[in-house]
Design a protein around this ligand. Structure first.
Ligand code: SAJ
Length: 448
């Protein structure tokens, strides 16, 4: 049955969700506080990169099933899909969820369903959302139905996963859960499991924590590979041939709005108990510095090196920079006055000066692959080798075809491959940094 659906927040989750409801025959109003976002969507365009989404939004807007606005409207269903960032002391900042709940309260009527899709700290639905909605005077659970149905889709594959992923539906009572499940049958073609709201909150956080802890293990093993001189990628591949082993991949750190954040919500709820979760977060957060140290080793003997960073998003094939570990690497080198150039084919605009590939590698001594964009596999090393001053490649993602790059004159290294590690090179770090300090001193003298 056709419903009027009001989606609060038109970001990476809200917009695809609003669009799915719109193309499934519902009348959807998407609400965002950013006027620019509202305008872009009403013109049938999108402000984020997500495969398949642009065409769907265009169609839904043209058919008048999707309208964006800065204000909510009366509706049968309200879906809250606003961000939940970290507070300064690594807690859950629930301000946007609270304010979205407050904003919809005057529009509620008997029989409405309110769904929170945002990732929230344990007990948020029961302790924060329900009391706020109760201020409407409507009886919660009987006149207003409430559920937490966390989104679990992977950026880059959102459209497919919205339809095909299982869902967890956490109702504050059975009636709420059943209503929410019925609504999602509009487009979900997978299982939908009913539970209570607090369990659903924890399930979502546990999924991302599992992945974060697993990646921390891979990252710790990458560090250990330095001591025992092995290629960790090869070792993980072989270990994963075991039927009950699935070690994730190491990298320059863990970014994005989910894995780098959600585990902290559990730590905040139980700081004394959540020891492994806390440690894993810290291990993953140490990886940008580990990458920096390794790159400096590879630059041994080159004074005032120029580094070209390829790929700065938090993962491959997306345009999202949130919590990207590559940003810490860039900031570090910039603070040290290292000559840096940055290229990312998925990012149009950001806080850094981005250049085209040829310009980025021109006179560079080292390329760092920061993100596993598919497009990088197509880069022909023969075309860029001559543009560079020294041909050094440091791949944090085990992405490229090293035989090809070596054939074209590159010295190739990847994070976690120490099969040819030379301990003497550690002393090189000081030499390299000496070069940077000289540059900094000259610049300062020139500006005085
Ligand atoms: N990463 C590694 N090694 C790996 C896998 C990932 O270092 O083996 C890094 C990535 O490079 C990236 C970060 O982890 O920086 C997170 O990437 P991701 O692809 O693991 O996850 P997200 O953040 O894009 O999406 C996750 C997904 N959660 C799970 O797979 C359990 C997604 O299903 C959730 O919906 C999403 O979080 C979310 O919104 O919570």
């Amino acid at each position: 049955m056709k419903k009027k659906v009001c989606v609060m927040g038109l970001g990476y989750i809200g917009l695809p969700t609003a669009t799915m409801f719109a193309v499934s025959g519902h009348e959807v109003v998407g609400v965002d506080i950013e006027e620019k976002v509202v305008k872009t969507i009403n013109e049938g365009r999108i402000h984020i990169e997500e495969p398949g989404l642009a065409e769907m939004v265009k169609g839904a807007v043209m058919e008048e099933n999707l309208l964006a606005s800065t204000e909510p409207e009366e509706a049968d269903v309200f879906i809250i899909a606003v961000p939940t960032p970290l507070t300064e002391d690594n807690g859950a900042n629930l301000d946007y969820v609270k304010s979205a709940t407050e904003t919809i309260r005057p529009y509620l009527k008997k029989g409405d369903l309110v769904i929170v899709e945002s990732t929230i700290a344990p007990r948020t639905t029961e302790d924060i959302v329900v009391p706020e909605l109760a201020k409407s005077g409507l009886e919660i659970g009987r006149e207003i139905y409430v559920a937490h149905c966390p989104e679990r889709v992977l950026p880059g594959k959102i459209i497919h996963e919205l339809v095909h992923n299982n869902r967890v539906i956490g109702g504050i009572n059975e009636a709420s859960a059943l209503k929410a499940r019925k609504l999602y049958t509009s487009f979900v073609q997978a299982e939908m499991y009913i539970t209570d709201a607090t369990t659903a909150e924890m399930v979502k956080l546990m999924e991302n924590t599992y992945r974060d802890v697993n990646i921390a293990l891979a990252n710790e093993l990458a560090k250990i590979s330095e001591k025992v001189k092995i290629d960790i990628w090869e070792a993980i591949k072989l270990a994963n041939k075991h039927p009950r082993v699935n070690i994730h991949q190491p990298g320059p750190g863990v970014g994005g709005h989910c894995l780098a954040i959600d585990p902290w919500f559990i730590v905040e709820s139980a700081p004394k108990e959540a020891k492994m979760i806390n440690l894993s977060r810290n291990i993953n957060d140490s990886m940008p510095q580990f990458t920096i140290r390794n790159v400096k080793e590879k630059l041994f003997g080159i004074a005032n090196p120029k580094i070209a960073i390829l790929g700065i998003t938090y993962k491959g094939n997306v345009d999202d920079l949130r919590e990207s570990p590559v940003l810490e690497i860039i900031d570090h080198f910039q603070e040290e006055d290292v000559d840096l150039s940055i290229y990312d084919p998925h990012v149009d605009e950001c806080q850094y000066n981005l250049v085209e590939l040829e310009e980025a590698v021109k006179d560079a001594d080292c390329i760092i692959i920061g993100t596993d964009h598919k497009a990088f596999k197509e880069i022909d090393p023969a075309k860029i080798a001559d543009l560079m001053r020294n041909q050094i490649l440091f791949d944090t993602k085990n992405l490229l075809d090293y035989d090809w790059w070596q054939e074209k004159g590159f010295k190739t290294y990847k994070l976690g491959d120490y099969s040819d590690y030379d301990w003497q090179k550690e002393y090189g770090i000081k030499e390299v940094m000496k070069g940077h300090k000289e540059v900094a001193a000259t610049k300062e003298a020139a500006s005085n």
